[in-house]
Design a binder for this molecule. Structure first.
Ligand code: GDP
Length: 249
């Protein structure tokens, strides 16, 4: 750390950067998401020191829709579903003015029956290695369709990450498609998932009703900007409107 002497009182106030920082809102920040790179194997991922948040979940849990809703970009995570990329880790950069201050890692959905067994095993290995050894990994977001609850593969993944969560890795279970549940079903799903989250957080989320979107964006911001509470203090700016995706009614 370099010691700075206090600015003389006649010096102009450094208000511009401070104002720019306080104008950042979690939703505006999420909207800066842009495709960074894709990798089929761990050693093909660039080593980074930017905080990284991994999105994992069973195939069809609503992960792509959730990422697209959070980033307000209709197609962003569907890039991960393009032929040739379905078994890849896709990285998206976040940060204003092209400066990357966090990375989202979209991991392929697991449990898809049509994938050949060898491919599944290979993929599970890549994913486990990533979750255990990615050094800049700051948090994991697990998507779960509360109508099915956590599946066996979700439980295996929870076991894999448990030691890192105990060491302080952030963890969030998102209960997707909450619009398909009644209020009492939502409350029940929340309390069950809280027991399973092992100290992590749980949030209800609906892309259709925009439920939980701001809260999740705020949490991801807090995870990746632990010292800067600027976004929480900033007035909420309206995110740019985009056409809603076609969702299951
Ligand atoms: P992924 O395989 O985990 O990426 O899942 P998708 O994002 O492709 O979503 C799977 C299905 O669930 C799609 O038919 C989506 O339209 C639907 N879906 C996702 N999120 C929601 C939601 O919040 N509400 C409703 N009603 N449907 C959703």
């Amino acid at each position: 750390m370099t010691a700075h002497s206090p600015a003389p009182s006649s010096a102009p106030k450094p208000s511009a950067p401070a104002q720019a920082a306080s104008a950042v809102t979690p939703m505006g920040w999420m909207h800066t998401a842009r495709f960074l790179t894709t990798a089929a194997q761990l050693h093909h991922l660039p080593a980074m020191d930017t905080p990284e948040i991994a999105f994992v979940g069973r195939s069809n849990a609503g992960k792509s829709t959730c990422i697209n809703t959070l980033t307000q970009k209709k197609q962003l995570a569907f890039a991960s579903k393009k032929p040739g990329r379905t078994q890849h880790i896709n990285l998206f950069a976040l940060g204003k003015q092209g400066v990357t201050d966090a990375v989202l890692a979209d991991l392929p959905g697991y449990g898809y029956a049509a994938v050949a067994k060898m491919d599944k095993l290979r993929w599970q290995q890549v994913m486990a290695n990533y979750l255990v050894s990615r050094e800049n990994l700051t948090g994991i977001v697990m998507m779960c369709d509360p109508r099915h609850g956590l599946t066996e593969l979700d439980d295996i993944l929870l076991e894999v990450i448990r030691p890192r969560v105990e060491q302080g890795l952030k963890f969030l279970i998102i209960l997707t498609k909450a619009d398909k549940l009644t209020r009492s079903e939502q409350a029940k799903a929340l309390s069950i998932a809280r027991l399973q989250a092992g100290g992590g957080e749980v949030k209800l989320f609906s892309a259709l009703k925009k439920q939980g979107v701001d809260e999740v964006a705020q949490l991801l911001w807090d995870w990746t900007h632990p010292a800067g509470a600027a976004a929480s203090a900033a007035p909420a700016a309206e995110p740019p409107e985009e056409e809603p995706e076609a969702l299951d009614e």
